[in-house]
Design a protein. Structure first.
Length: 139
């Protein structure tokens, strides 16, 4: 009890506040899986990016090889054939880069969605209200 302006007010015991904190801790622990899910999403995203990078590197290596072959070609028809093939690969490479960038945006969007979803779930909805208060005066 506390003495205030000549009146006594009944307050919740400290253990009630401890229970509230415990409830909040348990509530947050319940969604601790968020970190696990985010790690999975990060690993999946990195695997996807790495796969795209490998594809792009393969195309780029092939383009370089075709450039070299075209420079060394002994006749014009062969050189034109190699140049045409190189241009087709460069077009494919450019499309792959666009796909890579688009996929990166999709991955980031999914991660943001997961974060937003978990964030909404983590907002505590515990409320406290005074149901009644007992006051008395010592006379």
């Amino acid at each position: 009890m506390t003495l205030s302006s000549g009146r006594n007010h009944i307050l919740l015991p400290r253990r009630k506040y401890g229970q509230k904190n415990k409830m909040l801790t348990e509530y947050h622990a319940k969604y601790f899986a968020f970190e696990t899910e985010l790690d999975k999403m990060d690993k999946w995203a990195e695997d996807k990016r790495e796969s795209l990078r490998v594809d792009l590197k393969d195309i780029e290596d092939r383009v370089k090889e075709l450039k070299k072959q075209a420079r060394l070609a002994s006749n014009l028809p062969e050189k034109l054939k190699l140049e045409k093939e190189r241009r087709q690969l460069e077009t494919k490479r450019d499309a792959a880069w666009r796909a890579y960038e688009q996929e990166a945006k999709v991955i980031e969007s999914k991660k943001d969605g997961l974060i937003d979803e978990i964030e909404k779930k983590l907002k505590p909805r515990i409320t406290e209200e005074t149901l009644f208060m007992i006051r008395w005066e010592v006379g």
